[in-house]
Design a protein around this ligand. Sequence first.
Ligand SMILES: [Zn+2]
Length: 177
Amino acid sequence: MKPSEIIKDIFIVGGPDITDGRDGCIYLINLGELILIDTGAGWSVDKIINNVKGLGFDCKNLSKILLTHCHIDHIGGVPEIKKRYGSKIYIHKLDAPPLENGDSILTAASWYQTTFPPTPVDVKFDAPEEILTIGGQKIICLHTPGHTPGSICIYMDKDGKRILFGQDLHDFAAQPK
Ligand SMILES: [Zn+2]
């Protein structure tokens, strides 16, 4: 599958059928600045970046990475993308320590037979509902513990539609517009 636009300015740029079988789905939101939701398991950073570029965007504008939770199939690309573009990392405070400690058990890195380096988090969500306003668009991050203590689900209301970014979505079945 190729990366595609789901609704205006929201794209899927990675996932099992797009970048690597080990990746959770990866989304890109263009709000003037570029926001990534999750980053795959780490092996596919070059593919993700090529997909973002292929959609016509400049990766220097990748300002923020929102992480749905602390598992490696979502956070694996973080260290490399942050190193290249200085993107700020957002995650719920209860899921921040596994990243900051490079915890191979709680990130499930060991289960994927890899490691995750200790990686500082820039913004830790704390409230049950955190709202980011970027370019006049609200992005709502709901604390939905269960899969991990700090799991979040993200949604946006845009163009009369509500777009939900669940967390462990591995089988992408959305229809391109
Ligand atoms: Zn998970």
